[in-house]
Design a protein. Structure first.
Length: 432
């Protein structure tokens, strides 16, 4: 049994789904479902794959891979990724704390995002991160004033909005004029000059990030050409950038997609960007962790109606929001199945009180699947755990990391007692 969406660290041995050298069923018998399950080997393989494609065309000391930890920011996972030589792309003070705790060198951290607060900027400058990616003139002024108070010069790069359409869904497209992200070239030119004249700012170059889950590499071709031309313009205006941050966005196979070709991507970088002689930063998120994670869930009920057979899982949209938010599809497979087993179609849903709490319609699963069997929702490593919530006062699920034949709980569930411990009922409501 093999499916193109299952990455090499997941496979069926006899009738059981394995993650590396461990039976997933064995983990499911021990850890309360639902839970996220990650393969350390697959994460390492994904990083190695990217590094090898880039190293084929770029000298190793000309680029840094800064993992976009919004995709999955568990500290154990970030430590594993840091150990492979990656830095981090962060979008909040919280992610900076996580990166520090994971032992990621601060000079390999870049800070993205349109709404950084004064406290977050101070935290980043205090930590001595590599650069802050600036998204507006107002933000630049705030960074300057914080740096002045700290008697230092803040390293900044300016995020270019190249007005290129990219991304699998309009909600994950970021590089067009109507998006809130980035600055127009003309605005950057003015701000670059301003930063150069300030003793509390050090302008270092430009960044861009056009969208997420790109399968076709041609939007990178367009955007990187625009970025390269813009660097040339900055140089003609007398500036000396030393950095270009090329963002993330490379997609993964969720279902039937073609495999994004990393050598095509690297060739585009070599063609447009490498000749500029700048230090290059890459911010991949999804492609590092996406196919390395499963959401493991138990079948609670099988509900037959005149129209449908529903499989009601114990995982819901609060655990994995992507299908409800982006209509994305994550194939669902049984942990135990035999080669020629008969299948039938189910609508697979969660227990949350929302009609959007649906993981898939008309999904083929073994005909004889029963309550208490386990299923795996695939491709759940990126933007799964990090986007989960406690909606319906449900637990925030556990996360488990597998390496070879061992597994470790890297986050226990955040349960109702944990949640209530943050709340307070004023005395007058109790006594009155
Ligand atoms: N750099 C910046 C500035 C970003 O905004 C992002 C993602 C990345 C890098 C990483 O992009 P990636 O390599 O993962 O495509 N929640 C959505 C994805 C949102 C992406 C936001 N920005 C989803 O589940 O599809």
């Amino acid at each position: 049994m093999s499916s193109q969406f299952l990455s090499p660290c997941f496979s069926y041995k006899k009738s059981n789904l394995y993650i590396e050298n461990l039976s997933v069923n064995e983990v499911a018998e021990t850890v309360k479902t639902p839970f996220y399950l990650y393969s350390a080997a697959q994460i390492k393989a994904n990083i190695a794959h990217l590094q090898s494609a880039l190293s084929d065309v770029l000298p190793d000391d000309h680029y840094t891979v800064c993992y976009a930890c919004k995709a999955l920011n568990n500290v154990a996972i970030m430590r594993l990724i840091g150990q492979q030589g990656c830095g981090a792309d962060i979008v909040s003070s919280g992610e900076l704390t996580r990166a520090s705790q994971a032992g990621i060198a601060h000079d390999k951290i870049v800070f993205s995002g349109v709404g950084k607060s004064r406290e977050e900027i101070a935290h980043a400058l205090q930590a001595g991160i590599r650069q802050i990616n600036v998204e507006s003139g107002a933000e630049l002024k705030l960074i300057e004033s914080v740096a002045q108070e700290m008697a230092m010069a803040a390293p900044v790069v300016f995020r270019l909005n190249p007005d290129v359409k990219a991304g699998a869904h309009e909600k994950i497209s970021t590089g067009q004029k109507e998006n809130k992200f980035g600055l127009e070239a003309k605005a950057i030119k003015d701000l670059y000059r301003y930063a150069e004249d300030s003793s509390h700012l050090t302008p270092r170059g430009i960044s861009l990030h056009i969208g997420s889950q790109l399968i076709d590499m041609s939007p990178f071709d367009t955007a990187y050409k625009i970025a390269a031309d813009f660097v040339t313009e900055l140089r003609s205006a007398g500036h000396s950038p030393d950095t270009i941050d090329l963002g993330g966005g490379i997609g993964i196979i969720y279902d039937q997609e073609d495999k994004p070709d990393l050598s095509t991507y690297a060739a585009l970088v070599a063609k447009h960007i490498a000749p500029l002689g700048l230090h290059m930063i890459f911010e991949p998120g999804r492609m590092i962790v996406g196919d390395a994670g499963l959401l493991i869930s138990k079948v609670m009920y099988i509900k037959e109606t005149d129209h449908k057979s529903f499989l009601i899982l114990d995982a819901g949209m609060n655990d994995l929001l992507r299908p409800a938010l982006y209509d994305s599809f994550h194939p669902i497979i049984a942990l135990q199945t035999t080669e020629n087993e008969e299948h039938r179609l189910f609508d697979i849903v969660g227990p949350v009180c929302e009609s959007a709490d649906v993981f898939g319609k008309n999904i083929s699963l073994p005909r004889n699947i029963t309550a208490n069997s386990y299923v795996a929702i695939t491709g759940a490593g990126a933007y799964g755990a990090t986007m989960s919530s406690n909606y319906n006062a449900r637990d925030i699920t556990a996360e488990v990391l597998v390496s070879d034949s061992r597994f470790d709980i890297i986050r226990r569930p955040i349960n109702i007692e944990d949640q209530l411990s943050f709340e307070n009922t004023p005395e007058y409501l109790i006594s009155g």
